[in-house]
Design a protein around this ligand. Structure first.
Ligand code: ASP
Length: 349
């Protein structure tokens, strides 16, 4: 009996030493397909945000071997309904948790539709070197070959790893580690949907085995001047699509409805119809900041190519696609309305 008792004590000590050595990772759940459910395993129709964070965690018992994981529910929505309210709550909670000594990293489960925007937003407003990793799935939790559980496992491995420190906010999905600045969704249904045009992924993660090949090339997180913890709202910035014969009246409407900034999803190298240029001159006359972006998803939108940005007072979006250019403009507008200063932000961040 005595022998059995001492064996039990040794076992308990080994277990607790092990638990102490493992990193502490908090999972913040926001919803998305990763928490989605469908009535059968083989159907494309389903509802996002049906499953809570505890069920997500319990579905991957292997997490216990790589981290001490706890969970919090921030929201449970399809990310097509991601909002400023959730963004500000998420940013604030991340900053609070990361300031704690007993938190080593954070995983955020998120829908794929707007993950590229949330990842870039957090990449600019989180004030810590500790890892923050967004993950997702393309198939709901009830689907045949659901991709969520392995994505969560890999994301927790990345969030708990010292090598992930000081790399900005990360996106982990489909065995790849992307920078939150670069990652964009590139396929409506395939599991291989996120990619990082121009710069490529920062690394790979295979069943928790991590291999970094790069570091982010722009300033991020604690290196930026953007702080949102005390904010309750963000400035309105609209993205306006440009197309063959596009008229300028939607731009005028956006200005008259109170937008503080406009990002164009322009043609080619950020080109615009003459009617849209005229409407954007009206926007400038009202103090609205104009960023010329492109609907082309890879490449660089340069200054003064077919339009005289200097004379018009426009900003070029450089590598950022319109959805990401909008995120940066919203934060830039908290600091300044000067297009020259704002153009510098597109160089830096
Ligand atoms: N509509 C879903 C969402 O973004 C799609 C997904 O998660 O894959 O929440």
């Amino acid at each position: 009996m005595k022998k059995l008792l001492s064996l039990f004590v040794v076992f308990a000590v080994v277990l607790s030493v092990n638990a102490q050595e493992l990193p502490n990772v908090v999972i913040l759940a926001t919803g998305g397909t990763i928490a989605g459910a469908a009535p059968t395993e083989v159907q494309s129709g389903y509802q996002s945000g049906q499953v809570g964070v505890d069920i997500l965690i319990n579905a991957v018992p292997q997490l216990k071997e790589i981290a001490n994981v706890s969970g919090e529910q921030i929201s449970n929505i399809g990310s097509q309904n991601m909002s400023d309210v959730v963004w500000l709550k998420l940013a604030k909670r991340c900053n609070e948790l990361l300031a704690q000594d007993d938190v080593d990293g954070i995983v955020i489960t998120h829908g794929t539709d707007t993950m590229e925007e949330t990842a870039y937003f957090l990449n600019l407003v989180i004030k810590s070197k500790k890892p923050v990793v967004l993950t997702c799935s393309m198939r709901p939790s009830t689907a045949l070959s659901a991709d969520g559980p392995l994505n969560i496992f890999n994301a927790v491995a990345v969030a708990g790893n010292k090598e992930s420190w000081d790399r900005g906010v990360l996106v982990v999905t489909n065995d790849l580690i992307h920078s939150g600045r670069a990652a964009i969704k590139g396929n409506t249904t395939a599991v291989e949907t996120f990619f990082s045009p121009l710069v490529g992924p920062l690394g790979t993660v295979n069943y928790g085995d991590i291999n970094y090949v790069d570091v982010p090339d722009k300033k991020h997180t604690y290196q930026t001047e953007f702080k949102v913890d005390d904010l309750t709202s963000l400035p309105r910035v609209d993205v306006i699509a440009i197309y063959e014969d596009a008229p300028g009246d939607l731009i005028k409407a956006s200005v008259d409805l109170g937008a503080k900034g406009i990002v164009t999803s322009g043609l080619g190298n950020g080109n615009l119809t003459d009617a849209c240029v005229e409407a954007l001159k009206y926007a400038r006359s009202k103090g609205v900041v104009v960023v010329r972006g492109s609907r082309v998803i890879t490449g660089f939108v340069g200054r003064n190519i077919e339009l005289d940005d200097d004379a018009l007072g426009f900003v070029a979006s450089y590598e950022l696609i319109p959805s990401k250019a909008r995120v940066l403009l919203r934060l830039a507008l908290l600091q300044t309305q000067d297009p020259t200063k704002i153009q510098e932000y597109y160089e830096l961040y």
